[in-house]
Design a binder for this molecule. Structure first.
Ligand code: COA
Length: 177
């Protein structure tokens, strides 16, 4: 069966209604009951959506958008990755990796970002580490109720090897995504 990846500009609005409904269903199953999802408001919208297919079956998704954040007080352009999800019937078959490889290409080649960033639960850290992402030792600040709080779970980033993050304040300059 041929695997295929499609990239669609903008957010969910341009994705066909059946696929849109599946993304929402998988998301609701995976994240709907999580405390962390109830505690924060999240940024909606994306610059690109990535969709993966097993033959003609839609099996995986992620979204990425560009945002200027602050690392150690300096502006840094970040490709913010969110909504990463594989259909429950197709997990551990490589689709999450296929989606994340395309996401990485978009971060650097299409969006011209300096680094990639994502917010995830502790239990998903090993998945991203296998793909070359690093867990930040520093907490990341996100917006909540008009103020700034530390993101309580993992902040992960992908950057060139000479990009220094340790010991620098990370302000994600807006809502989590
Ligand atoms: C996390 C998720 C996207 C991974 O997708 P996937 O299609 O199963 O990923 P892959 O098959 O490409 O897995 C790549 C590697 O990561 C490992 N892996 C996959 N999910 C993992 C997880 N949750 N924890 C630890 N390792 C994981 C796989 O075993 C595989 O390892 P291998 O290369 O040694 O075999 C999928 O489990 C999912 O949709 N989970 C629910 C939603 C979610 O938590 N999304 C992340 C939001 S930040």
């Amino acid at each position: 069966m041929n695997d295929l990846v499609r990239v669609i500009p903008h957010g969910l609005g341009l994705i066909n209604p059946d696929e849109n409904a599946l993304i929402r269903k998988w998301g609701e199953e995976a994240f709907g009951q999580l405390e962390i999802c109830k505690q924060f408001k999240y940024h909606c919208g994306a610059d690109y959506c990535v969709l993966a297919y097993c033959g003609e079956v839609f099996v995986g998704f992620a979204a990425v958008s560009k945002r200027e954040v602050s690392v150690g007080g300096e502006p840094v352009s970040m490709g913010c990755v969110g909504g990463v999800i594989t259909s429950p019937d197709y997990r551990k078959m490589g689709y999450g990796s296929i989606v994340m490889n395309e996401v990485k290409r978009l971060i650097y080649d299409a969006l011209n970002c300096e680094i990639g960033g994502l917010l995830c639960e502790e239990q998903t850290v090993p998945f991203y580490e296998k793909l070359g992402w690093a867990r930040s030792c520093e907490a990341a600040l996100v917006e909540r109720d008009g103020g700034k709080v530390e993101w309580p779970e993992a902040f992960m980033y992908h950057a060139a090897s000479d990009f220094e993050i340790d010991g620098r304040e990370i302000d994600l300059c807006g809502l989590p995504w």
